[in-house]
Design a protein around this ligand. Structure first.
Ligand SMILES: Nc1ncnc2c1ncn2[C@@H]1O[C@H](COP(=O)(O)OP(=O)(O)OP(=O)(O)O)[C@@H](O)[C@H]1O
Ligand SMILES: [Mg+2]
Length: 406
């Protein structure tokens, strides 16, 4: 059946639907911005700061943006797509083989679904779009600059680096070196004044920020500020409800995420009855429930007791090893960098070093000069070296002890 074959080569796919959502969302944001500008400059015109002619320009821009958004909302391509296959399906007679009938039916169902989803996405302005992973670099930062105010020094000054998919990267630096500013930039709370951030090859802009964020989960420093629900279960459910996950699937997602951090037997517990480390594990489970590819930990272990600290660090390693997550850990804890594949060293807003932990740790004098402590394990290795005892770089004390006992 030729028309069915032809349809298959020209039909719209879920990729087209996704592109449609991205465009829709971009036009929606443009419209909001143009509208905001118009109202802002209306006041400015009243105060005599801009001319009437300039205001008219903003007004026209706003009208145009509204029109552009309306046009894309009325896009008929998914209806056309359905119409085409419906025609083909209706003309597919019993003379055709049952295989062809079945194929036509499948195409028809797919086209119906696409049309329904396109219509729904118009209602939520394309917010549900997914960005495609265009390459294996999870995060690329290029010449990033940021100041909190024009006459302030740069909080980030010309920072560039790449983090590959599946890598565990530790970001270290003394107080005020720019670590938190960097993490805010990565999650889009702050936007770059110069340079840019790309996530899986997508340059992050105001237009695709909502979609780019879906690749990211973040766990913050203070376990008490992250608990939103009245129980562990409610807390993990919160993000899922926001994402409008099917309630039927929610239970399983909640259980699975809790299990990944060993909290599956605490689902009905209240936050009051949890330790700091357990609260952080719930925070990780809440992030994991949304299935991000990249997890950012901003000083996530710094408020925990030694046991909680150790447990969370182990989970971070597990997330990389077992779940292939990309981990970015911003930390004061120099021991943690031993777990990392790559270490980024910040000082005064600049990235002053990037490399494997053993490469970075070789430069002890440099680290001391920018007020960073040397991990205890490295000091032991150094002291052994000074005594003529050669040891390979170990990730933890147990490994080192094993080496020495051989
Ligand atoms: N909201 C703000 N307004 C003005 N300046 C800020 C603000 N937040 C941070 N800064 C400044 O920007 C620079 C970088 O700060 P940032 O918080 O990124 O450092 P950090 O490495 O996270 O430090 P810490 O280890 O103390 O958390 C510092 O000089 C800081 O004083
Ligand atoms: Mg900070």
């Amino acid at each position: 059946m030729d028309s069915l074959k032809k349809f298959k080569t020209t039909k719209l796919t879920s990729q087209d639907l996704n592109d449609f959502k991205i465009k829709l969302h971009a036009k929606y944001i443009e419209m909001l911005e143009a509208n905001n500008n118009f109202f802002k400059f209306k006041d400015a015109e009243k105060q005599g700061k801009i001319s009437k002619a300039e205001l008219v320009e903003y007004k026209n821009k706003s009208i145009e943006a509204k029109k552009a958004f309306k046009t894309i909302c009325q896009d008929k391509s998914f209806s056309e797509n359905l119409k085409n296959i419906t025609k083909i399906y209706n003309s597919t007679t019993r003379k055709n083989s049952s295989v062809i009938l079945e194929q036509a039916k499948e195409e028809l169902i797919e086209a119906k679904n696409l049309k329904r989803e396109a219509r729904d996405s118009v209602k939520d302005h394309g917010r549900g779009a997914q960005l495609t992973k265009l390459d294996k670099v999870a995060i690329k930062v290029e010449n990033l600059k940021f100041k909190y105010a024009p006459d302030f020094p740069y909080a980030l000054n010309d920072v560039s680096f790449e983090i590959n998919d599946g890598e565990y990267v530790a970001v270290i630096g003394h107080n005020g070196s720019g670590k938190s500013t960097l993490s805010k930039m990565l999650i889009g709370v702050l936007s770059a004044q110069e340079g840019h951030v790309s996530i899986y090859g997508n340059v992050v802009t105001q237009d695709n920020l909502d979609q780019a964020r879906k690749f990211l989960g973040i766990v913050f420093q203070n376990p008490d500020n992250q608990f939103i629900g009245s129980s562990v279960e409610a807390d993990i459910a919160f993000g899922l409800e926001n994402k409008r996950v099917n309630p039927k699937e929610m239970q399983k997602i909640i259980y699975d995420s809790a299990k990944k951090v060993g909290m599956e037997n605490f689902l009905d517990k209240e936050p009051l009855n949890l330790s700091g480390g357990q609260k952080q594990r719930v925070a990780i489970a809440s992030a994991l429930a949304l299935n991000p590819d990249i997890l950012i930990f901003d000083e996530a272990t710094s408020m925990l007791d030694p046991k909680g600290n150790r447990e969370i660090k182990e989970i971070m390693v597990e997330l990389r090893d077992k779940m292939k997550k990309t981990i970015i850990s911003i930390t004061h804890d120099m021991d943690e960098i031993l777990n990392a594949d790559k270490v980024i060293v910040m000082n005064g807003g600049r990235m002053v070093k990037i490399g494997k932990p053993e490469e970075v740790l070789k430069e002890k004098e440099f680290l001391r000069s920018i007020k960073l402590e040397i991990p205890f394990l490295s000091l032991v290795e150094e002291a052994l070296g000074n005594e003529g005892i050669k040891v390979k770089h170990s990730q933890n004390m147990d490994e080192l002890v094993k080496q020495l006992c051989k």
